[in-house]
Design a protein around this ligand. Sequence first.
Ligand SMILES: Cc1cc2nc3c(=O)[nH]c(=O)nc-3n(C[C@H](O)[C@H](O)[C@H](O)COP(=O)(O)OP(=O)(O)OC[C@H]3O[C@@H](n4cnc5c(N)ncnc54)[C@H](O)[C@@H]3O)c2cc1C
Ligand SMILES: NC(=O)c1ccc[n+]([C@@H]2O[C@H](COP(=O)([O-])OP(=O)(O)OC[C@H]3O[C@@H](n4cnc5c(N)ncnc54)[C@H](OP(=O)(O)O)[C@@H]3O)[C@@H](O)[C@H]2O)c1
Length: 478
Amino acid sequence: MLLTVACCRFASSTASSTGPLRVCVIGSGPAGFYTAHQLVKRIDDVHVDILDKFPVPFGLVRFGVAPDHPEIKNCINQFTVLARKEQCRFIGNVGLGQDVGLAQLRPHYHAVVLAYGAEEDKELGIPGEDTPGVYSARSFVGWYNGLPEHRQLDPDLSGEVGVVIGHGNVALDVARMLLTPVSRLKTTDMCTHAIEALARSRVKQVRLVGRRGPLQVAFTIKELREMTKLPHCSTLIDPSYFHSIKSLLSELPRPRRRITELMLSVAENRYDYRGDKRPAGGKEWGLSFLRSPVEIVSSPTTGRLDSLRLEINKLQGTWDSAKVVPTGEFEDMECDLAIRSIGYKTVRVGRDVPCDPVTGIVPNVAGRVLDRNKSYIRGLYCSGWVKTGPVGVILTTMNKAYETAEVIQEDFRSGTLPEPERGDILEKLNNELGVDTVSFSDWENIDRHEVREGEKKGKPREKIVDLTQMMDIVHKSR
Ligand SMILES: Cc1cc2nc3c(=O)[nH]c(=O)nc-3n(C[C@H](O)[C@H](O)[C@H](O)COP(=O)(O)OP(=O)(O)OC[C@H]3O[C@@H](n4cnc5c(N)ncnc54)[C@H](O)[C@@H]3O)c2cc1C
Ligand SMILES: NC(=O)c1ccc[n+]([C@@H]2O[C@H](COP(=O)([O-])OP(=O)(O)OC[C@H]3O[C@@H](n4cnc5c(N)ncnc54)[C@H](OP(=O)(O)O)[C@@H]3O)[C@@H](O)[C@H]2O)c1
């Protein structure tokens, strides 16, 4: 009901447009670029500025996607073509909420699109979470992928047993990086500091602990299959988890059935759970189900991570919606390294940026941003993980970005966008606010430098992980 009222209020506003439609997209990840791409494709006279807090573009395509999955990064080629077009301009090194506020940006544009992703990770909220030896997947991924804030993480890989908490694709990425032979990683764009640390790593076993069962895993079959094929690495899954599931297989939707069949076949055939086929000296990984961490226990002598206290769960309900019911029984899982991989989190980037206080998501309907009264805010939109929460692969993000572009186009056509009151934002950023902005050709100079450094080591690139060094290259190349 509230929304209907809001729509009426929205539709009654008018704005006549002269000159190009001016749009500002905040965030240069897949959401930002795909929204811009669709706007440029759909609207003849449009100009899109894509702002990012980093001097380098592409968000999680650079800082998230695993180094051994270079094909996933091919979308960068499409983004580059777009960024070089006249209708589009990348403005890097500008943080919303840090360098410029939303209220300062909006008068320069007909529409502003929030696409700043999910910049934090969820926490378990259990005792001991900050124990030395415990890391978030976001920081671990950021460390091997060159995210400036995590470049110095230097995780302790001196023990043999690692646990990853969570059964999503990020958890599999992290486990795969820990267990893949370094000879393979050396030819990827993984940062050299991480390759060197992984070469020294003594981690031999990685256990992925999930709070629900085999029918609720969030990872996908391609990524699971890849894990089962890791060289010199066995897969350990207890087949007893599947006893009650086998009879349900034919009822499952196809993707769920196929992934369950794969886990089952691995559990029954590929490895003897009792351990008598375990290859000597090899590595292993496995899945544990129905376990929720309730405490991270440290050694009384060293203060370092000693074990995870897990509560055993049962499930109530079926399929994806099955709920965890704690049984009151506990077990301890000894480990030397623990990585929490239970999802990312969208955070508020400024007091004037609408944000759900619990989820961090920008309240919206199909990408049109809502205020506290659930009325549309004219000319304000969102796209990507700020719109949906931190779930979905790049393809999902692309489809949702297209939806946002479509509603912007609709609102433009119906004359409901506010008319810009001010001129080019670049002048304000550079001259008034003193921001050292980075253009796309500046990024291309950083890019060339990274590729050159990579070539010397037989890698696609050696990422620069220090912001000052990035800016030095920008200044020297101008
Ligand atoms: C570890 C990991 C691996 C993944 N691997 C895959 C994969 O292999 N295949 C796949 O299809 N999907 C993968 N995904 C999912 C995919 O990365 C997401 O669907 C997609 O990146 C979401 O796009 P986004 O633009 O919303 O967010 P992001 O990619 O996070 O982009 C957000 C952008 O906003 C910028 N930003 C943040 N705050 C501000 C601010 N205050 N001001 C200005 N700019 C800001 C950031 O610097 C960033 O460039 C992976 C996700 C993760 C976490
Ligand atoms: N190769 C790829 O295509 C690729 C690679 C990486 C990421 N991605 C995508 O990026 C998105 C994010 O991935 P993600 O792995 O971060 O998130 P995710 O897919 O949402 O998985 C999160 C996992 O953490 C568990 N979890 C959440 N809260 C928990 C808690 N409090 N205690 C214990 N476990 C908890 C979830 O279990 P419940 O189900 O019980 O909540 C789930 O197993 C996904 O869409 C993913 O597919 C894709």
